[in-house]
Design a protein around this ligand. Structure first.
Ligand SMILES: [Zn+2]
Ligand SMILES: [Zn+2]
Length: 464
């Protein structure tokens, strides 16, 4: 590891400790291994999506992402990219599909047998079990398909996923942003971190993978050195450890964007100070019991097809039916009467989409009462067994594709044959609007031969 010394020192701005060197070395060593196609893996290129919340659904895949060869470092890309990154999901799709094809059978029937032996304390198990289903989907580490439910994934695989977003205390200049992009890209390389990190004047938004140690070193040591004001110990890093090697994101991409979630309106129009209160999962859970409240699903429509909140006898869930986050402002204006005077709650995948969205409500003269802190991701960690008020899976932008509570039901259906199905793995898109749609494996293959050969008409639930 001697060779790593200088690079690490440059990164840290001081001489690295032995432990840091070791971790750094291990991180790099681990990478290559990670790359090998795991059972479900094959080509991972696809899957680039925005991070936790930012997903954007329908995008055209133009972006640099999807197919471009692994660009080692970050290049500054135009804003559009951000979105495109998501589209690159098309890749992800293929990846998913492969994944799905592999290990476990359809989500429905063969269901996850007996609940995973939770040998772990709650907190850990949560994250792990959230993945458990994904694990199964994407195939176990390199191994046999059978492992799906058994071991608590927490200790199974070598890959750690980390999701986070952070708004800066004050807007950074373009120059500062450029510098941060370069520094982050270097640090990602130094710690063996891959995935996507968007940097804007307003903040950061990331979906990254690395080794367990590499992920923590990057988030908790490197980032504070790069931007101490933002990474001051208050940022919520959502780590998911023990994922199979195939869950490692293949490329490292760090780039500048205008907004960490693309809403298309200036940040000044919806200052974060006007956002709704952050309710932790328990508090949000309680709030959902109130039948007089309304709760807005701030995610995109394709995401809602596989999972959503459904508080029985409680708050009324409003699904804006958005194809992309930029549809939000128009929806709010059109539905103002349903929101005015009500106790308005909101949620998204990991929390970031609610930040600006709730601030936007305030700017529009409405009074958002609460947003789910940490999003559905954290909620399912708090309700890992029955899922609380959540039904189905939580659509995510990493190679888990989705995760849910133990034994989560499949609430989605193939758009072609209506069979219960909840894996967006086919790269199938609505013929009319381009939004990602569910297509079961049988239908995917119905066209014969390769994946994505489905020939029939496909319409999303919004266009149908
Ligand atoms: Zn089908
Ligand atoms: Zn459509």
């Amino acid at each position: 590891m001697g060779a790593d010394g200088p690079a690490l020192a440059a990164l840290l701005g001081r001489a690295p400790t032995v432990a840091e060197l070791a971790a750094y070395g291990a991180t790099r060593a681990a990478r290559p291994a990670t790359r090998g196609p795991a059972p479900g893996e094959k080509k991972e290129r696809k899957r680039e999506r925005p991070s936790s919340g930012e997903g954007r659904p329908a995008r055209k895949r133009a972006a640099s992402g999807g197919t471009a060869p692994p660009a080692p470092q970050a290049a500054a890309v135009p804003d559009e990219e951000s979105e495109s990154s998501e589209s690159s999901d098309s890749d992800s799709d293929s990846a998913r599909k492969r994944a799905a094809a592999a290990p476990r059978a359809a989500s429905g029937s063969p269901a996850p047998p007996p609940p995973p032996p939770p040998a772990v304390p709650d907190e850990e198990s949560e994250s792990s079990d959230s993945d458990s289903d994904s694990d199964s989907e994407s195939s176990a580490p390199g191994a046999p398909p059978t492992a799906p439910t058994a071991p608590a994934p927490a200790a199974v695989g070598p890959t750690t996923l980390v999701l986070f977003y952070a708004y800066r205390p004050s807007e950074a200049s373009a120059q500062e942003t450029t510098r941060a992009v370069a520094a982050c890209a270097r640090a990602m390389a130094a710690h063996g971190v891959t995935g996507r990190l968007r940097v804007a004047g307003e903040g950061y938004n990331a979906t990254l993978t690395a080794t367990r140690a590499g992920a923590r070193a990057f988030c908790e040591r490197a980032l504070p050195l790069i931007d101490a004001a933002t990474f001051d110990g208050t940022v919520d890093f959502k780590y998911v450890d023990g994922l199979p090697a195939g869950h490692a994101l293949p490329r490292a991409k760090c780039w500048a964007v205008r907004e960490i979630v693309t809403y298309g309106f200036p940040a000044a129009r919806a200052p974060l100070g006007g956002g709704a209160a952050h309710l932790d999962p328990r508090a949000f859970h309680e709030a959902l019991r109130d039948p007089e409240s309304v709760v807005i699903d701030v995610r995109n429509a394709n995401e809602t097809t596989i999972g959503r909140f459904a508080p029985e006898g409680g708050a009324r869930v409003l699904d804006p039916g958005m194809r992309r986050s930029t549809d939000f402002p128009a929806w709010v204006r059109k539905h103002r009467s349903e929101l005015a005077g009500r106790r308005v709650l909101m949620y998204c995948t990991g929390g970031v989409r609610c930040e600006r969205a709730s601030a936007f409500l305030r700017a529009e003269g409405l009074a958002p009462a609460g947003q789910l802190a940490g999003g559905v991701h954290r909620y399912l960690e708090a309700f890992p067994d029955a899922g609380g008020h959540w039904v189905g899976k939580n659509y995510v932008f990493d190679r888990r594709f989705s995760h849910g509570a133990r034994g989560a039901a499949t609430i989605g259906a193939c758009r072609a044959c209506a069979e219960p199905w909840d894996r967006f793995q086919a790269g199938a898109k609505c013929d009319a609007c381009g939004m990602e749609v569910l297509l079961c494996r049988t239908c995917q293959r119905s066209g014969g031969g390769n994946k994505k050969k489905y020939k029939g008409p496909l319409r999303c639930h919004l266009c149908a």
